[in-house]
Design a protein around this ligand. Structure first.
Ligand code: PLP
Length: 391
């Protein structure tokens, strides 16, 4: 179900999906049943005592990944998943330097807040060993859509800011919090090449873009033809249940077997049972295909809306991970911050919930449940059109 209801019973079309999280829809009966049944059987055991709820999801997730990405660690959130991935890269390589992208969001604990590169998400952070590369942002970036040109900055960071060897590189395929920014084509393959040459590991943050959201592929990184060394995930994995995971190769995972790494709730069986149900629902209900079909339709309608309203500077994204950037001046790309806030309020009045993001807070983030329909897409676009016409 793609609706939320307030305390007066008023219905809202949820085009934000609990921040790209509720991928199967709210209170999906199959996911709810899995949670209830598992709660009755075994509520908690820790991963010290392996059981089917944990092992079955680990196996199903590993089967979704390419290459030798076969070892799964469960966490409770995306932040924890990225913290673990960064720690693994440091342990495995024996190096400390990490490269992430400007404008990225990777979490809010010590290491991940360092990797996050937006001032409004960083407080009192010790910026230990993290270097931020120029963002390959086709709309605002200096090189437009020429991905390989941006990648040169990674080479410079390594050359001038590190000893020459690094621990790794972390990036989303489409920046979510950053304002639904699709990395310029060609960037990730070029970046991965440079990182590998410097001895680093490539970490794909699939916290928002995974689980079929981009429509064309199950994982966001697959849209760029790269294979990461470590993949992190959360949000969509549990349809709203606190669950995250890090998946890597046996060779890299081995670095943790020599240490006392532990996470009490990571792999909680109720959460992993929800995770397995989510994978089943995505497959049975062909939600990835739906994200592709409805997402393509919605994007087309949004592009048409851009021709009608000057306020829309850019429409971008894939599948059901779409962004609409609002500007008051097309040439200067002046962020329409207040207008964005006003429009969000107005759309809520009509009964449509959309997220907001981007460094300037001027991007509509459209990341609904993957069961969104073309009728929902029409309602959303009509609501935008109507509210913009009244500006
Ligand atoms: N990585 C990305 C790309 C995210 O969008 C987020 C959260 O929005 C995180 C990591 C952190 O996940 P969590 O909020 O579950 O800690």
């Amino acid at each position: 179900m793609q609706y939320l209801f307030d305390e007066n019973g008023r219905r809202y079309l949820d085009a934000f999906g609990g921040i790209a999280t509720v991928c199967c829809g709210h209170c999906h009966p199959h996911v709810v049943d899995a949670i209830v049944n598992q709660t009755k059987r075994l509520q908690h055991s820790t991963i010290l005592y392996l059981n089917h709820a944990i092992a079955d999801l680990a196996e199903a997730l590993a089967n979704k990944l390419p290459g030798n990405l076969k070892v799964v660690f469960f966490t409770n959130s995306g932040t924890e998943a990225n913290e673990l991935a960064i720690m693994m890269a440091r342990l495995y390589t024996g190096c400390h330097d990490i490269i992430s992208l400007r404008n990225a969001y990777h979490g809010n604990a010590a290491g991940t807040m360092g990797a996050t590169a937006q001032s409004n998400w960083k407080f009192n952070v010790i910026q230990s060993g993290v270097h931020h590369a120029i963002n390959p942002d086709p709309y605002r970036g200096v090189f437009g859509s020429e991905g390989e040109k941006y990648a040169k900055d990674i080479q410079d960071l390594i050359q001038f800011g590190t000893s020459g060897n690094i621990a790794g590189f972390i990036s989303e395929a489409i920046q979510g919090v950053g304002g639904i920014i699709e990395l310029a084509p060609g960037y990730l393959p070029a970046a991965y090449n440079i990182i590998k040459k410097a001895g680093g590991l490539c970490i794909a943050d699939e916290v928002q873009g995974g689980f079929g959201r981009t429509g064309s592929h199950f994982w966001g990184f697959e849209n760029h033809g790269v294979v990461p060394d470590i993949v992190t995930m959360a949000k969509g994995i549990g349809n709203g249940i606190p669950l995250g995971a890090v998946i890597t190769t046996p060779e890299i995972a081995e670095v943790l077997t020599r240490r006392n790494y532990f996470n009490t709730f990571g792999g909680n069986p109720v959460c992993t049972a929800a995770g397995l149900a989510v994978l089943n629902v995505i497959e049975k209900e062909k939600l990835q295909d739906n994200a592709f079909v409805v997402g393509s339709y919605l994007k087309e309608r949004l592009i048409a809306l851009k021709d009608k309203h000057d306020l829309i500077g850019d429409v971008r994204g894939r599948g059901l991970m779409l962004g609409v950037e609002l500007v008051t001046d097309h040439e200067l790309k002046t962020p329409a911050k207040l207008e964005t806030l006003h429009l969000l309020d107005q759309m809520k009045e009509i009964g449509v919930l959309v997220g907001k993001g981007g460094f300037y807070g001027n991007v509509f983030r459209i990341t609904p449940p993957l069961c969104f329909t073309t009728e929902d897409a029409d309602f959303l676009v009509d609501a935008m059109d109507y509210t913009m016409s009244k500006m």
